[in-house]
Design a protein around this ligand. Structure first.
Ligand code: ZN
Length: 335
């Protein structure tokens, strides 16, 4: 539709149409939105850019419209001094350079359903390599979301994943392969107990369901505190297994700290079914349950994840808990 025709319709909606006619136009617009959700998102961002005229490269408000790109997206060019770069609604976002926008929503649904790359290739016609690259982008955007704030009763604990160099032996950077034996998926660590082979993931979870989590390089007090301390509201109640860093976090945030002892049940009690906890008592049940879910997803559903990409998949597991619609993945990547 040309600009004059559109301007006439816009004027008619504002001045000439009856209320019934406007409602019918509104219904048609809703139908269009449902059928072309991604296009509407991109168009919304383009309209916002048209109004703000802010260039994502230099940050000045000097951008003007400049035709369309191959995919039909509105292109802008910056008139700012020493800039002159052109951009669209997806430039500098996680979706920058991604093709086939008609498949983004179906792909996001596959992430929601935790489909494998082979399944995606067979059903959406996206190659495994492209699927892997897209997944990295969507998960990267989810991992970059701001952390929640924890309050009330807060449970803190850590889980461990065996270090993985999946898909990388050092060849790709032109260096000789690293001097380490391969570890096959599911074979576990060589050293017993906690060691450098184990990657800690620390989680804080409160009774409203908010979650703060982080993949650590080591299990020091400073590393744990850097992830959790700032996200806990003052005067909360912290429950933990008594690792030395948790009482320190509680002290720094003027919170009360309770060490939860692991219940020891005799064989006799277990046989009599007397191992259930006391309802309402403080414990680490919620965070333990979350870690169980996290380990199942990482180790079984995703068939092991490289340590380099672990933060992305940990963020995905948290994201999936909130049962959001697939369009949210695209909205997050476009932000
Ligand atoms: Zn600029």
């Amino acid at each position: 539709m040309d600009a004059d025709c559109f301007a006439r319709i816009e004027r008619a909606v504002l001045n000439d149409m009856s209320a019934e006619q406007v409602v019918r136009i509104e219904t048609a617009a809703h139908e269009f939105r449902a059928r072309h959700a991604v296009d509407v998102l991109l168009a919304g961002k383009a309209v916002a850019l048209e109004e703000s005229r802010v260039c994502p490269h230099c940050g000045t408000g000097e951008a003007v419209k400049n035709g369309r790109d191959r995919r039909g997206l509105q292109r802008f060019v910056c008139r700012g001094l020493n800039c002159g770069q052109s951009f669209t609604a997806i430039t500098t976002t996680w979706l920058s350079g991604m093709r086939m926008p008609d498949k983004w929503l179906d792909f996001a649904q596959c992430l929601e359903d935790q489909r494998s790359l082979t399944w995606i290739h067979q059903h959406l016609g996206i190659s495994r390599k492209t699927g892997f690259a897209w997944r990295k982008r969507f998960l990267g955007s989810v991992a970059g979301l701001p952390a929640d704030t924890l309050g009330g009763i807060v449970e803190l604990d850590e889980a461990y994943f065996v270090r993985s160099f999946k898909g990388h032996r050092g060849w790709k950077t032109g260096n000789p392969p690293e001097n380490r034996p391969p570890r096959y998926r599911g074979s576990g660590a060589v050293k017993r107990g906690l060691s450098s082979e184990q990657v800690p993931v620390v989680t804080g979870l409160d009774n409203s369901g908010h979650i703060v989590q982080g993949v650590l390089t080591n299990r020091t007090d400073e590393a744990i505190s850097a992830v959790l301390a700032a996200q806990i509201e003052v005067r909360s109640l912290i429950c933990s297994d008594g690792h030395s860093s948790y009482p320190k976090i509680a002290e720094a945030r003027t919170c009360e700290h309770v060490t939860i002892e692991r219940p020891i049940h005799s064989q006799e009690d277990k046989a009599r079914g007397l191992t259930k906890g006391t309802p309402g008592a403080l414990g680490l049940g919620r965070v333990n349950s979350y870690h169980e879910n996290l380990k199942t997803s990482i180790n079984r559903v995703f068939r092991g994840v490289s340590t380099k990409l672990l933060p992305n998949y940990v963020a995905l597991v948290k994201h999936l808990r909130s049962k959001l619609v697939p369009l949210v993945f695209i909205q997050t990547a476009l932000a």
